[in-house]
Write a protein that binds this ligand. Sequence first.
Ligand code: FAD
Length: 367
Amino acid sequence: MNSLAYKIDILVIGGGQAGLSAAYHLGRLGLKGGKGYLVLDKSPQPGGAWQFRWPTLTMRTINRLHDLPGMGFAEVLDPGQTEVRAAEAVPAYFRAYEERFHLPVYRPVTARLVCDRGERLRVETDRETFSARGIINATGTWDAPQIPYYPGRELFLGRQMHTHDYHRPEEFAGRRVAIVGAGISALQMLDEISRVTDTIWLTRRPPEFRDAEFTAEDGRAAVARVEDRVRQGLIPGSVVSVTGIPYNPAIRAMQARGVLNRQPMFSEITPTGLRWPDGREEAVDIILWATGFRSALDHLAPLQLREENGGIRMTGRLATQVARDPRVHLVGYGPSASTIGANRAGGAAARELVDHLGLATQEDPQT
Ligand SMILES: Cc1cc2nc3c(=O)[nH]c(=O)nc-3n(C[C@H](O)[C@H](O)[C@H](O)COP(=O)(O)OP(=O)(O)OC[C@H]3O[C@@H](n4cnc5c(N)ncnc54)[C@H](O)[C@@H]3O)c2cc1C
């Protein structure tokens, strides 16, 4: 085994919105790219998880992309260009951003394990090994699709897939598709797939459509609820559980087309379809699990950051600092799992970690 470990003050793991925001602030605080801080990113190109989003997700159908600190998206894409694919536009923006601020992003590199080595943290990757004084983890959720277990799952003869694997509706033509989930992605896929084939829509609870506009205050209240959970060491919970689904024109049109007939969850998967507790069965060819993602944190397992209930107790100004190990910050996690949250969290984590490690060399003008 190669025991040489490259010494670095702060290692940022993940080069999406959260990681780039953290890197920007580390640079502004005077850390030098390379020895001072380095971003490791598993993705082949700039863009974080946006580069993997399905082609029909456009700048019109995403919720909203918040600008990274110090450079607006409008510098790369005219705000009127709403039909551009998110998987092209956002990576172009992130690439320009990395270049503008000379961010030291090393890719593709996957962090495999982070271990406590007393004064330092050892980070094993699929390339070199690093020895860091602190870590800002920004690995997002895209690599951790979540699929609930239902009996019979392994016996199903059709195809099972997750939002993560979705490309375009045409691939479902002629198949009967069960779409599971009550989030925005589930509804977008239901909208698209129901135009080309027969669909069934299943959710655990009746979905909560929100008629009123989602105001900035609603956003703050939703974030505060998730922040409160992680400060208590609880698992953050899904985005929809705090925001609800907007009752927008697309949803109204789906209702008019008769595709919003939500069914309760089945209790079992059979080789050819789904079975409910009352014995009713439906044949389906494909089960599309739009059941969300969890945070991709497996590489941090050796640090034993989790509480008994599986949550991670967070502290610090924006709840980015792990209470059990203050050298570790999680950004894009819990209350900061949105582009706006990731942005702010990156700044807060950079400043707190630099202070904690006694590395501060200059004031971040963004403070
Ligand atoms: C379908 C979908 C649509 C969304 N739409 C919106 C929206 O419109 N507005 C909004 O605010 N939010 C949206 N979100 C949430 C959004 O993804 C986040 O807010 C934000 O983009 C996440 O940024 P991030 O930096 O935390 O993660 P990511 O963009 O996922 O970046 C994480 C990076 O870390 C890398 N990585 C992962 N594991 C490792 C590892 N072990 N080692 C090294 N690198 C690693 C990944 O390759 C990736 O490049 C959406 C999410 C989904 C799933």
